[in-house]
Ligand binder design. Structure first.
Ligand code: G1P
Length: 291
């Protein structure tokens, strides 16, 4: 069994109803944040964190994701004819980015079920899960930070961020206490999926980055539907916790919920401001707005 985290699973089979009508035909993972599909941000983070094999869990009507990471002969030939070498290099860099496999999730039965669809491709080794809706701006990349904790501790690691207030009810919430040597690391004792604010066991909201041991697959196979009638990843990890150590990691960086209109707008503004070709002009435009 490889001890190295080499594979990352991207659950991307969902319907994306929060972005209708934009997502009637276009997968939500293909919506552009400035000029790149949100899925590509996650793929780039995975590669920058040392991941060698990307496994995308896809579903009906979402083949645009496969086309995006494939070679586009027509586009490349047209760019070559027109001498657009920069754009050609950009198009080719996307198609040569990583080894990517696709697995169809036949029915949207929940996040835990989506991860379980990757069981055969992952095999008996630790792996990462990246929820593409969660776009994270961090240096070093969030997943790299987590893999470092996994390598040090040897147990599964869940990314967390601190949320004070009722907003925490939208997340899985970690129970546990900070490690005395590194207060960003939490020794996890439990977790609750989308609790009422009053019942939240801590201020540590689990966000969409996980490093998991392969034992979780067998446990997900027997996980019954939970919150929202779905097979929850959180419930599978709770079962894992009975057998193995699990850690929370309050990563450094900023997370945007690009699966939500407001979060997508925030990410658009902040990522555009950071772009060398856009930042200055966009900042001046924002300053000139009468708000
Ligand atoms: C999922 C997980 C939840 C986690 C969240 C992070 O929920 O089930 O535990 O906190 O992602 O984005 P979803 O947002 O898919 O409802």
């Amino acid at each position: 069994m490889s001890k190295r985290v080499r594979k990352a699973v991207f659950p991307a089979g969902g319907l994306g109803t929060r972005f209708l009508p934009a997502t009637k035909v276009i997968p939500k993972e293909m919506l552009a944040l400035v000029d790149k599909p949100i899925l590509q941000y996650g793929v780039e983070e995975a590669i920058a964190s040392g991941i060698e094999h990307i496994i995308v869990i896809t579903g009906r009507g979402k083949s645009a994701m496969e086309d995006h990471f494939d070679v586009s002969y027509e586009l490349d030939a047209a760019l070559e004819r027109r001498g657009k070498n920069d754009l050609l290099a950009l198009s080719r860099s996307v198609s040569s980015m990583a080894r990517i496999s696709y697995v169809r999730q036949k029915e949207p039965l929940g996040l835990g079920h989506a991860v379980l669809c990757a069981k055969e491709l992952v095999g008996d080794e630790p792996f990462a899960v990246i929820l593409p809706d969660d776009v994270i701006d961090a240096d070093p990349p969030c997943l790299q930070q987590m893999i470092e904790v996994f390598d040090e501790k040897g147990g599964s690691v869940l990314a967390t961020m601190t949320i004070e207030g009722p907003g925490i009810s939208a997340y899985g919430v970690l129970a546990g206490s900070p490690d005395s040597a590194n207060p960003r690391i939490y020794n996890c004792t439990g977790m609750v999926e989308k609790p009422k604010f009053a019942d939240a066991p801590s201020t540590q909201a689990i966000i969409g980055r996980y490093v998991l041991t392969p034992r979780v697959f067998a446990l997900l196979e027997t996980t019954a539907p939970g919150a929202g009638g779905e097979i929850q990843l959180t419930d599978g990890i709770k079962a894992l916790l009975k057998e193995e150590k699990v850690y929370g990691y309050n990563f450094t960086g900023k997370r945007f919920d690009a699966g939500d209109k407001f979060g997508m707008l925030q990410a658009t503004v902040e990522f555009a401001l950071k772009r060398p070709e856009l930042g200055e002009k966009f900042r001046a435009y924002l300053k000139g707005l009468e708000l």
